[in-house]
Structures are given as structure tokens and as C-alpha cells.
Design a protein. Sequence first.
Length: 331
Amino acid sequence: MSAEPKPSPSLTAAAPGVFQLRLPIPWEDGWVNCYLLPGEGRVDVVDCGMNREGTVAAIQAAVRELGGAGARLGTLLVTHIHPDHYGAAGALVAGGARLLLHRLEVPMVNPRYLEIEQLVEEVGRYLAMHGVPDEEAEPLKNASRWTREFVTPAAPYLVLDGGETLELGTRTLRVEWTPGHSPGHVCLFDPQDHLLLAGDELLAETSPNIGLHPQSTPYPLDDYLEGLERLVGLEPELILPGHGRPFTGAAARSENLREHHERRKNRMLDLIGGDELSAWEVAVGVWGRREDVHDQRLALQEGLAHLQSLSRDGRLEKRARSGRISWRRPR
């Protein structure tokens, strides 16, 4: 077996046969992780950053560095279609990559990135239903328009359900469907080495945004926590996340995240007390009035995910009256 390539300073050997390339983005800690897995005459890629100047060139340069001058882009697996993970997909597919996506991500692409007007109006109705004042709803419903300039969509070569076994680079990886952060979010697990490419499901230092919105699953927070439990059951020894550093200790980190979300739910219960509040009132009470409209909308969606979970386990009533939704403790 030939020796592994020696990466340049821009590439890091994350695990045997897996290299990490950090790509710049305008949120999180300023970076998203792209993973490259060199194989015979090709380099496979997991996540691809945003379609912005330098990103595609950096990936192509890494492919040449790891695979040699004649190496081609092989499989591009995107864990979910948020712009920092999917944005450059179109450019890489045009360069020969074969895109893999979970089937629940596929129908979200056109409304988000190509035919956005209908989704904007649907979001506007959703904001009104959850108590957002008219003067604040207008900028909120348009908060994600700017992300389209960083995304070049592409149709998948293969649509995934979860449970598939894939050959990426020199590794055999199983697709683990973990909805919550996005309906079709997937992770990749190597059962031989107990290596987990975790996307945004399991991060070392932050919690991914888990939001209830028109494109989410009905109980995204419960889905997310159930996915965490399944991943911990796989006993991963090394986690390669979508953001931040590789880390170990999946069980302890998962428990920290579970406790974080339980504290947030209890904070909302205390805030509601004996009142009946809209999700907007709860979100403002928990996070305050954020200056950035994108942050405001994420706070509302995250608040809704927690309220929905509380209603599922009977700690809150979700009341629907006159086209509006409100929340109160059971009486």
C-alpha cells in the first residue's frame, strides 16, 4: 500500500484516508469543514462550502494535491443543503463530481434557491400565525434571500434514504439519516474504525440550530435528539464535524446537548408561567430582540422547535384559534 499524501498547510490529515479542508463562510466561527477522501484516480468529497470566490479553486487544488495532476472529482456527498455545505455543489458537478443527497433535501432546493417567491409568501403567513407583528414580518420573511448568491444548485446523481453503504476514497461508510437540523441531514459512519463524519449533527462547541418552519419535519428537536441517541449507540471513537475541531467523547457531548435543550425548554416554561403567549413573544423573551433579521428568524424557529417538543410531551398546550397559534400550560 502506498504512503498517504502529505498535505499542504491548508489541508489537515483528520484520520487515515480522510483530509480536512477548512473553507471560509460568513457565520459560525467563520469556517466550514470539507472532507476529502482520496481513492484510485479520484478524490471523493463530503460537503463543499459556499459558491464564493476561492472555494471551488481550493477544493480543486486539494483534489490535485491529494490525487495527483490527473485525479478527478469522484463522489460529492452533501450532508444537507444549507448554503455553507451545498453552495458550491453546482460548480463541482459541472467539473465532473457525482452528487449524493438525501431525498428529503431534494425538494427543498428549488423553493430556497431558484423559485423563492412562493416560499417567501409561505414564510410570511407562518410568521403572522406565530405572532410576529406586521412591521417586523416583512424583513423577517425576506431574511434568507441573500444566501442565494452563494449557492449554485445541482441535481443529485443518486438520492439517498439512509442505510446505504458507500465506498468513498479507501473507506466503506454507512449513511446515517439524522433529521432535525435539516429534514434530510445525513452523517457517515465507518463501523470498522468507529469514525463518524457528523455534518452539523454533532459539534464540539456549539449546538446546531434546530428550527420548526415550513420546510422542517413536524418535531425537529425530538428528531434531532433521537438522532443523537442513535449515533451514540454506534460508539464512534473520533467525530469529524461540519464546523470546528475533530473530537472524541460522543456520549458526553451528546448528553451536554440534551441538557442544553432541556434547560432551554424549562426556561420557556418559566417564561410562559400562567400566561398564554405566541412563539414570537417566547422567542423575544428568551433571546431578546436580535439586531440581525436572520438571527431573529432563527431564534423564532428554534423557539418553535422547543415549544413543539413541549407540547408533544404534554407540558404545554398548543392552541389554534382565528388563524393564530399560542402556547400555555395545561389547565
